[in-house]
Write a protein that binds this ligand. Structure first.
Ligand code: NAP
Length: 491
């Protein structure tokens, strides 16, 4: 079943395949981040070598390659933040830093011999399904075209920086950049710095910027829920246990997974039991911000879990520093020399850092994906992206998305979801033939997910990247990760 793969028109199944042409592969993967690499590794381990990974950048790593801001790291505990089949027992601390996550991904690529399948500086601009040949024709940025029987995207949800629509943004004469495009050549020492945004990225880099800047203004539109971060460097005993005693590592991994699937899950489901997390957050705020006026400005006005719960021990103390000012008056405009707020205050600024997130709901843009009978994915998604289990869409045969619509989490590690998705795709690749979800299957699953989402904190009243402009949650999975895994096994 694995020796050839071009499907003969009109027939389906492993027996009905013919050998490939020169530019035809069995599987084309787009993106060499956690998801794309996971797919590549599972193909390799299943004995399939005929695949390519297109990556527009000149290195692998996805968000862990792009986000190099000071303090960048992961708010998922390190013991959980590796593939189940390549667990890392060598993290230096309980919450991993960006550099070591990137090193881990490089080590995985080397261990599973992926270099020969990776094509860097190769951006996919479009893909078109050819029903007669049973192939996806893939257009590349160099103007060439290649084909594959299966097309799998692993481009993530957080790969395109979002800038705020603030009047005058382009007039600013100082230096400005987005957190995902950090200007390491720009020295912040002694400067008047403005940070716009107070999400998970800002919470990590603001404490570092505050140590350097002369004056730091943090522009907050909404306060977030923040819980303590039990982060510490691993000592020798912990390192030995985690690297050399697999049951110890598995035990800790399991315990952390279970905590996420209980306390944090109840919080995002808006359950009474989830109040424990809200209580922790309130106590954290009280203990770190003694000033009641500042505390009031840092108290969220929406239910916990509506947007990603922040994890930090140095965010609040940073905002209480002498050289830091929390600005909660709305920004009215940016001018050449600084930022004006609605109360009429002008603050002169040398550097603006945008911690304003990503165009998360614009899935797969700017690629043009055209399925069977000329169906265009972005037309199908005009009212918001949706896919069967986040993986596949009717009229798009043999097309699969990893970390697609409706699969982001607010409570646990996304790697678990990615592994579930990769097994779903691998099963179909191994089976061969043409796979397309029916409209009935798609509709039934979608209505279940949409109903379940209404019953989560994600749907509550707050601004978040989980929602489209008209307020529809299209990014997130509303249930437990185990429920998702079972659904992908059955699916
Ligand atoms: P984000 O969560 O989308 O936060 C963007 C911030 O910018 C929010 O505070 C938002 O305010 C603010 N903002 C947006 N437009 C604005 C405007 N016009 N005026 C003023 N403020 C504005 O972005 P992010 O912090 O980059 O995080 C994005 C996601 O990346 C996270 O949710 C997470 O999934 C991932 N991430 C993960 C980690 C990790 O450790 N695993 C770390 C960093 C990021 P509002 O809240 O009022 O909308």
């Amino acid at each position: 079943m694995t020796e050839g793969y071009r499907v003969v028109p009109g027939k389906q199944g492993p027996k009905d395949v013919v050998p490939p042409g020169p530019d035809v592969r069995r599987v084309a993967i787009i993106g060499a981040g956690f998801a794309g690499l996971c797919m590549a590794i599972r193909l390799r381990r299943a004995g399939i070598d005929d695949f390519v990974v297109y990556e527009k950048a000149d290195d692998l790593g996805g968000v862990w390659r792009d986000n190099t801001y000071p303090g960048a790291g992961c708010d998922v505990p390190s013991v959980l933040y590796s593939y189940s089949f390549a667990q890392n027992g060598h993290w230096s601390r309980s919450f991993p830093l960006q550099g070591e996550i990137l090193d881990y991904l490089h080590a995985c690529a080397a261990r599973f011999d992926l270099a020969r399948n990776l094509r860097f500086r190769t951006e996919v601009t479009a893909a078109r399904y050819d029903a007669a040949a049973g192939l996806w024709h893939i257009s590349l940025s160099d103007g060439t075209e290649e084909s594959a029987q299966f097309l799998v995207t692993g481009v993530g949800q957080l790969n395109r920086p979002r800038y705020p629509e603030v009047p005058g943004r382009h007039q600013f004469l100082g230096t400005s950049f987005h957190s995902a495009e950090w200007r390491h050549d720009h020295d912040l020492t002694g400067r008047r710095v403005a940070v716009i945004g107070t999400g998970p990225s800002a919470v990590q880099f603001v404490p570092e910027v505050a140590k350097q800047a002369g004056r730091l203004y943090v522009f907050q539109r909404s306060a977030n829920w923040v819980i303590p971060k039990p982060d510490r460097e691993y000592g020798r005993l912990a390192l030995t246990l985690l690297s050399k005693v697999p049951p110890a590592r598995l035990g800790l991994r399991g315990a952390i997974y279970l905590r996420a699937e209980t306390a944090l899950y109840w919080a995002i489901r808006g359950r009474r039991r989830g109040k424990l997390v809200e209580f922790m957050a309130k106590r954290h705020l009280r203990s770190q911000i003694p000033n009641p006026a500042l505390r009031a400005r840092l108290t969220p006005g929406f239910p916990i879990g509506c947007k990603r719960i922040l994890i930090s021990d140095d965010w609040y103390p940073t905002l209480a520093r002498e050289n830091v000012e929390l600005v909660t008056d709305p920004i009215s405009r940016i001018i050449r020399t600084g930022i004006d707020t609605a109360d009429g205050t002008h603050r002169p600024i040398d550097t603006i850092i945008y911690g304003t997130g990503f165009l998360a709901t614009e899935f797969l843009r700017p690629m043009e994906i055209t399925g069977r009978d000329g169906a265009r994915l972005h037309d199908v998604w005009k009212d918001g992206a949706a896919a069967y289990l986040g993986l596949t869409v009717p009229a798009f045969p043999n097309f699969f998305m990893l970390y697609g619509p409706g699969t982001n989490l607010g409570h646990n590690s996304i790697i678990y979801m990615i592994e579930s998705q990769v097994e779903f795709v691998l099963k179909r690749v191994l089976r061969g033939g043409t796979h397309e979800v029916t409209q009935g299957q798609f509709d039934a699953q979608q209505s279940q997910v949409e109903a379940a989402l209404q019953d989560t904190a994600f749907a509550a009243d707050c601004t978040s990247w989980y929602k489209t402009a008209d307020g529809k949650v299209t990014t997130n999975w509303p249930r437990r990760t185990l429920t998702y895994r079972m659904a992908t096994r059955r699916g």
